[in-house]
Design a protein. Structure first.
Length: 272
C-alpha cells in the first residue's frame, strides 16, 4: 500500500534521526574548521624530525664534553703541563682513543667491501652517516678548544690549518673519494696525541718517555702511510690535493720533531 502523500513526504525528508548518514568531512575541512591554531600545530608536526645519526653523535659528544670539562677542571686543575692545562690533557683521551677509532670502524663496516666500498660510497653518495659523524666530532673537538682553552699562538696556527684541511677533505666533492684515508690518518695521529697527553699527566720516567716516543713515532708513520693513498684518490682535484698532501707531511714532521725535543729536554733534566 502506498500510504498516501503523507508517507511519501516522510520518506523524502532528509531529517530522520538515526537512519540518515552524515556526509564525510575531509581532512582539509577539519583543518579549516580547526582555525589558525590547528593549522599551526599541523605545520609544526610536519617540520619536526628526528635528528640524524651524525647530529645525535655530535649532540652526545657536546654534552659529554661540557660535563667532562667541568668535572676534570675540579679534579685535575688548570696547571699547565706540556703547554696545556692538566684537565685538557685528560679531556681529549676518550675522543682520541675510543670515539674517533670507533666511528672509523663503524663507517668502514657500513660498506660491504671495506675501504674501497667506503671510498666508492663517498664518491657517489657523500660521507654516509658514520663518516659524517666522524667529520662532525673531529671538527667540533678542534673548535671547542677555541672556546674552552687558552691556546699558545703555535697551537692556534695548528688548529686553523687543521680546520682548513678538515673542511677541504670533508666538503670538496673531488676529494671525497679519499675521505676514508683521511679519517684513518686522523685517527692514527690522534692516538699519538693521546700518548703525549698521557705522558704529561703521569710523572715522567724512562719507561713513560720510551712509551711516548714509540707511540708517537708509530702514529706518525701510520699517518704518513695514509697520506699516500689519500693523495692518489684526491689528485684529480689538482693543486689543492698536492698542497693538502704537502701540509700533512709537514705537520707530521713537526710532530715528530717536537717529540724528539721533548725527549731531549727530559733526558737532560734527568741527567742533571
Amino acid at each position: 500500500m502506498d500510504g498516501g502523500p503523507a508517507m511519501q513526504t516522510i520518506q523524502r525528508s532528509p531529517r530522520i534521526s538515526g537512519i540518515q548518514r552524515s556526509p564525510r568531512i575531509s581532512g582539509a575541512a577539519v583543518s579549516t574548521q580547526a582555525g589558525p591554531s590547528g593549522a599551526r600545530d599541523s605545520a609544526h608536526r610536519r617540520e619536526w624530525r628526528t635528528p640524524s645519526v651524525p647530529e645525535q653523535v655530535l649532540l652526545g659528544w657536546l654534552v659529554c664534553a661540557d660535563l667532562g670539562r667541568r668535572w676534570l677542571t675540579v679534579w685535575l686543575g688548570s696547571e699547565l703541563v706540556g703547554g696545556a692545562a692538566r684537565w685538557r690533557c685528560a679531556f681529549g683521551l676518550p675522543t682520541q682513543l675510543v670515539v674517533l677509532p670507533a666511528l672509523c670502524y663503524r663507517a668502514s663496516r657500513a660498506e660491504a667491501h671495506g675501504i674501497p666500498g667506503w671510498s666508492a660510497r663517498c664518491s657517489s653518495r657523500g660521507l654516509g652517516p658514520w663518516g659524517a659523524a666522524f667529520a662532525y666530532v673531529f671538527g667540533a673537538a678542534m673548535l671547542y678548544d677555541f672556546v674552552a682553552v687558552r691556546m699558545r699562538p703555535v697551537l692556534v696556527a695548528h688548529h686553523v690549518v687543521s680546520l682548513l684541511a678538515h673542511a677541504y677533505a670533508c666538503l670538496r666533492a673531488r676529494a671525497r673519494p679519499a675521505f676514508p684515508w683521511y679519517a684513518l690518518g686522523v685517527a692514527a695521529l690522534e692516538i699519538g696525541s693521546a700518548a703525549a697527553s698521557a705522558f704529561w699527566l703521569i710523572p715522567p720516567s724512562r719507561t713513560t718517555l720510551v712509551c711516548f716516543l714509540v707511540l708517537m713515532t708509530l702514529s706518525n708513520i701510520a699517518g704518513l702511510a695514509c697520506t699516500g693513498p689519500w693523495w692518489r684518490e684526491a689528485r684529480n682535484d689538482g693543486p689543492a690535493a698536492h698542497v693538502g698532501a704537502a701540509v700533512s707531511v709537514a705537520l707530521i714532521g713537526i710532530r715528530q720533531w717536537e717529540a724528539a725535543k721533548v725527549s731531549g729536554r727530559i733526558r737532560l733534566a734527568q741527567a742533571m
